[in-house]
Design a binder for this molecule. Structure first.
Ligand code: NAP
Length: 427
């Protein structure tokens, strides 16, 4: 039986979860894997702070050197968050021949080539299962279980906070601001919710998944990103009448040598497998050319679910210790993609307008769509009130840029009071 000494960088939600799993499930891990996991040292910011779990105080340090220069520690698990100093600490660990396991999606998404290069040069591994979708083993599935496939498409609900907000808005008819406030009170949303509600968190995760799936780096700079703050209960109600539910999706598609990657609120049909994913749950839907469609579902965050991914990576890292490889993005390491990015994708669109209630308006707007080759699949005109009427269009598949040009013209049309929202539809 081997004893594997692990250093922790951070001891907040994820660190505490990983610690509890090692404490509580350690003996069954020893039985099944033949290793004894031992947390040797834990770096924190404030070494005096009272911790959620009972812990031998001598494990706690506020000096990174106690981990970097400890020759007994072979694996370091990072869950401090943020780019710096996490990046410098991880690079120092890799240079000191320690394999690194991390939950830090922003760091991996932004600096993967540099970190991977350091791992390779030093003959150690870099693992990041916990960085995408918490407890759902999506990185191992894409990187190991589906390698016989050309992955064509990934669509994921990869941010629990926004899925919780959309679920409450849809099921209880409550406004975005109201639900966000409640989510913050319940601890489901951060005091500063920007990263979640503006789609940054989902963008980091999509960058990692798409890079793995397409065997080349998909930088965050290549991802179109739109948050959920403009979605209203009216959009959701009209969408439902048309047979849709709304989700913040991370979407990555590959056709031949072109890739499109985007994060935005999306209507999907009510019978789509992702439509049933409620509350703060996550799910990732993957299309492979051999396997067909698969979907992974579970907790995308939380101490124990994310800790589960961390401890699994620690065990995998130990098993791979002689091969000295973490799963990587399988590209040549210089970070250059081997395909081009398509920002004029084709999809259906839901367009909600408020217009003057008078004859001929519908025909004028239809004419403006026609000018840009955007064909209309359905139109709903709702209850008129004081001379104004809501008008909702759903297009057939149309090019993004053509629709945006048509919208720009529609906004200038004198009978259009407001373009309330434009929401993409996926099937
Ligand atoms: N929370 C989740 O469910 C979840 C899920 C997936 C991925 N992640 C990722 O996991 C990481 C950690 O998340 P978390 O929720 O566990 O964060 P957290 O609760 O805020 O914990 C952060 C920990 O890191 C320590 N720390 C922060 N900056 C430090 C510094 N400069 N030097 C030393 N220690 C420092 C803190 O020390 P003190 O305790 O002394 O303040 C704390 O123990 C993030 O990258 C996050 O994106 C989180």
């Amino acid at each position: 039986m081997f004893e594997v000494k692990v250093g922790f960088l951070g001891f907040g939600n994820v660190g505490t979860g990983a610690y509890r799993i090692i404490r509580d499930n350690g003996s069954s891990i020893t039985k099944s894997e033949g290793i004894n996991l031992k947390v040797e040292k834990i770096l924190v910011r404030n070494s005096k702070k009272k911790r959620e779990v009972e812990i031998d105080q001598s494990l706690i340090t506020d000096n990174i050197d106690d981990i970097i220069n400890n020759p007994d520690i072979s694996i370091v698990a990072e869950f401090m968050g943020g780019v710096e100093p996490a990046k410098q600490y991880i690079l120092s660990c890799l240079k000191n021949k320690k394999t690194v396991v991390t939950a830090n999606k922003e760091l991996i998404a932004r600096h993967w080539p540099e970190l991977q290069k350091a791992a390779e040069e030093n003959g150690v591994g870099l693992y990041y299962e916990a960085s995408v979708a918490g407890g759902i083993p999506v990185i191992k599935v894409i990187g190991e279980s589906l390698q016989a496939n050309n992955i064509k498409e990934i669509m994921g609900i990869i941010n629990g906070t926004t899925n919780y907000i959309f679920t409450k808005m849809s099921e209880e008819g409550r406004d975005f601001g109201d639900v966000l406030k409640e989510a913050q009170e319940l601890g489901y949303a951060e005091p500063d919710p920007t990263s979640d509600i503006e789609g940054f968190d989902a963008m980091y995760k999509l960058s990692i998944m798409a890079s793995m799936a397409f065997h080349s780096r998909v930088s965050i700079d290549n991802i179109y990103r739109e948050g959920i703050t403009k979605i209203s209960v009216d959009d959701i109600v009209y969408g439902r009448e048309l047979g849709y539910t709304i989700k913040l999706l991370g979407i990555a598609k590959r056709t031949n040598d072109k890739v499109e990657v985007r994060v935005h609120p999306t209507f999907i049909p009510l019978d789509h497998p992702l439509a049933s994913i409620r509350d703060s749950f996550n799910a990732v839907f993957i299309k492979g050319d051999a396997v067909g469609n698969i979907m992974l579902y579970g907790r995308g965050a939380g101490d124990l679910p994310t800790g589960s991914a961390i401890v699994s990576d620690i065990i995998t890292a130990w098993k791979n210790r002689d091969r000295h490889t973490g799963i990587n993005f399988y590209n040549d390491g210089d970070g250059k993609p081997n395909y081009s990015f398509n920002n004029d994708w084709e999809t259906e669109f839901f367009i909600r307008l408020t217009v003057k209630d008078k004859p001929g308006v519908l025909a004028k707007i239809a004419g403006l769509f026609g000018k840009y080759d955007v064909s209309i699949a359905s139109v709903i005109q709702k209850d008129r009130l004081k001379g104004v009427a809501p008008l909702i269009f759903v297009t057939h598949p149309a090019k993004e840029q053509s629709v945006m040009k048509a919208i720009a013209d529609i906004e200038c049309e004198s009978d259009v009071i407001k373009v309330e929202n434009v929401i993409r539809v996926e099937r």
